[in-house]
Design a protein around this ligand. Sequence first.
Ligand SMILES: [Zn+2]
Length: 291
Amino acid sequence: MTAGRFAPSPSGDLHVGNLRTAVLAWLHARRTDRAFLVRIEDLDRVKPGAEQRQLADLAALGLDWDGPVVRQSERARLYDAALASLAGRDLVYECFCTRREILDAPSAPHEPPGIYRGTCRNLSDSERSAQAAVRPAALRLRSGISDFTVQDELHGQYEGVVDDFVLRRGDGVVAYNLAVVIDDSHQGVDQVVRGEDLLPSAPRQAYLATLLGAEPPTYVHVPVAVNADGQRLAKRDGAVTYEQLQELGVDAMALIAESLGLAGSTMAELLDEYDPASLPRDPWVFVPPTG
Ligand SMILES: [Zn+2]
């Protein structure tokens, strides 16, 4: 099976920008005869009831998905097995650095901030046990490269940094970069449509996929929604969720279709009309309506 997917974090209600990304993920999957999967990325920041409301909003827009909804919280065994496989090949090491220490570490002028420079890569056994007495270790990938190139349908060849990124955090939570790679490969996802704010993490994930014997997916990083100030759209910007818009009598689907330059009012009509080549490439400026 080949599949596309939408994978929200249940940290609150989806806003129209998230819903637009879901619509695009559905359109790309369906127009290429792929299955469309929904996965709940609930390893962290779960708000009770959010998953149910997110699924209800997707269904209200007319998005259908194949098979049961998968939750990352139910897949610990898969992540542990992958970590063990990497560790068995000496591709994992313990890191004791705090976020502050990493941000404060000297970096080369052209490097983005927060790149990990391998401080804990070669600790001796005694250094490691001294550190372990102070704080729990995160697990990092012993990366064999410094950058990797992915193929993106909208951005073309994209080359990005691959450092020794975190696989499991110090608090024991599996890192997003590991979970997403395991899940996509395990679920047969070979098309990843998501917000372009995630483009810089694609090279890390694609490289990790190759280490785990999986083919990296085709990426489609789509423009995100921003507010009138050009900042990423957020709940605090006003009426931005499906429910809030509905209360104001605003049709979220019509807004999303219009933002894509489409006239249809159902998913089936959008599918007939949609051409990725004409997808607007600038961020979608969304000014929340007022009542
Ligand atoms: Zn470290």
